[in-house]
Design a protein around this ligand. Sequence first.
Ligand code: SF4
Length: 336
Amino acid sequence: MYNLEEKKVIEAIKERKARRVLLQFPDGLRTYAFKLARKIEELTNAKTIISADPCYGACDLALEELKLVNGDLLIHYGHAKIPKISEEKTLFIEAHIKLNVKPAILKAAEMFKHEEKIGLLTTIQHLNSLIKAKNVLEGLGKKIYIGKAGGKTVYKGQVLGCDFTAAKSIVDKVEGFIVISGGSFHGLGVQLATGRKTVIADPFLNEARNLNELAESTIKKRWIQISKFSECKNIGVLVSLKSNQLNLELAEKIKKEVEKKGRKAVLICVREITPENLDSFIDIEAFVNTGCPRIPIEDQSKFKKPILNPEEALISLGVIPWENYGKTILKLKENI
Ligand code: SF4
């Protein structure tokens, strides 16, 4: 189902004369880990070790672990590289999926009966379907725009849960977006960041989902947490220790903004932001997460206390207006 580029992996290991390779997979690809590790050991002189720690993006490369196990090469599956990351010790295998995108795209097009200009976006797994999807939509008479790469993305039309450059670069030209994706999180981010109608074309389920209701209910839920946060006196500002999420400067700025309002804040560094890791800080009433923005949006219900993104914290503190919700994610440093 996935293109795991076995030939490329074997050749890279041989070329680099790697002796020990660390394999890193997101959950959805772990079913292939055992077979791949065995195959690499059979066809090369390298020994393999599989990382079982959670991994949600190229923001979390297991390079420290590679050092600890004395490895030569990290093979990171399931995500595209992030610009500026050194590839000296890392091979990225994007794992594009082999699925027919047409049925889902046709259903998404049904939801854009009255619009002509559509922005087309995709997560990395479906990048290989982008042109086919564009052709299908153009065949229906739509004018399709594919936005540029930038920020943390390397491909035109690619979106991450924390980078909507491709959407923002064409927002003034389009009436809405179709996002090729399995889940709804990336599309939700597109809708919040652009304010445009956004529809998911899901090739796993062969269905299309208009995200309007989800966006509205998310905004309501986030508003409740933002309001609760405004009554909290002791704040923990979380600094993610994942390699490309770490943003100490932003965390320090948020701490300063909290203190300017007469409240108290501490910085807390953490690898996994889970209720188990945060619940025992009894006197901290709320948290600001400067790492992956998915956690407050999708996992809030698992936490006992408000956990806000930096943008939400600044809204709660009155530094930026509520009307900007979702639109300042990438510009936070400049906004403070
Ligand atoms: S959305 Fe989260 S997991 Fe995905 S790349 Fe951004 S920080 Fe990493």
